[in-house]
Design a binder for this molecule. Structure first.
Ligand code: SIN
Ligand code: MN
Length: 267
């Protein structure tokens, strides 16, 4: 699956791309069907929200479930990543961010690169974040907010915030966020289930609490060029995988075998 020249140009200009309904309802259902077992596991890779006790993010999924082992190699994610980066990539991180109805908590303003660089010693901001929306995401249930063009507009000063939520994150200075938002505006990344978001490592983004009655699950895969791998290993493997094997795409219909078999009608 190849992105068009226009899509590549939009990604370069804005720092993000939205591909509506890139995965089918049946594929999304197959992905969602794996989640109850994973969320119920007693695993340190399931990070729990500070207040509600719900899973905030379930990480390292390609090592915990065979569907996710296929999904991180899916050609509708990996072929665009190869096209954009033009280099072999490894799976740096994969997870489902849950943002449960009524209780899912904020992801503060940040760039992914701040954490990749400060925590893992990643040299250059080349990693790509590829999301699949697993629920319908609207203005109500905690969509990602992007600050378009912020990925190519200078340095974003950051500091470690390990107090606001249960997930320590290098967050962006709010004066900087204000400047970028006033200069470039803000986009809310909404869409139907199966919609894919692709964004650059230096794009400023965040998402508000989910006070709606609707869940907002998102699958997130971060891939990084093998030539730009982490240089420190202080964070656990599920936050930054050490296996630098280049990802090779699998078949486009790789999720079909996880779909429920329709029951034949009797005559
Ligand atoms: C979110 O799930 O809202 C945040 C995801 C991200 O920062 O990539
Ligand atoms: Mn992020």
């Amino acid at each position: 699956m190849q992105l068009s020249k226009q899509q590549l140009q939009d990604l370069e200009t804005n720092g993000f791309l939205i591909l509506p309904e890139h995965f089918s309802p049946a594929e999304v259902e197959a992905i969602r069907s794996r989640l109850p077992r994973l969320f119920a596991e007693d695993s340190e890779a399931n990070i729990i929200e500070r207040h509600s006790g719900e899973v905030r993010t379930a990480m390292g999924l390609h090592l915990r479930d065979e569907l996710f082992a296929d999904l991180v190699r899916h050609p509708r994610l990996i072929e665009p990543a190869h096209q954009i980066l033009d280099e072999p990539v490894y799976v740096q991180q994969d997870k489902v961010n849950v943002k449960a109805a009524f209780s899912g908590e904020v992801w503060q303003w940040h760039t992914d690169f701040a954490t990749h660089h400060e925590e893992d010693g990643v040299p250059q901001p080349l990693a790509l974040n590829l999301h699949i929306l697993l629920d319908e995401v609207s203005e109500f249930n905690g969509p990602l907010y992007f600050l378009p063009r912020s990925h190519r507009d200078g340095e974003h000063a950051a500091r470690l915030d390990d107090e606001t939520t249960s997930y320590a994150l290098w967050v962006t200075d709010l004066d900087r966020v204000r400047d970028m938002a006033n200069k470039h505006g803000m986009v809310s990344a909404t869409g139907k289930p199966g919609t894919v978001l692709i964004f650059h490592d230096t794009l400023l983004h965040g998402s508000p609490n989910n006070m709606s009655p609707w869940d907002r699950g998102i699958f997130s895969l971060i891939v990084n060029p093998v030539s730009n791998a982490c240089t420190t290993t202080t964070r656990p493997d599920y936050k930054h995988h050490r296996d630098l094997t280049p990802v090779a795409p699998v078949a486009d219909d790789c999720l079909a075998r996880y779909m429920p078999v329709p029951v034949a009608k009797s005559a």
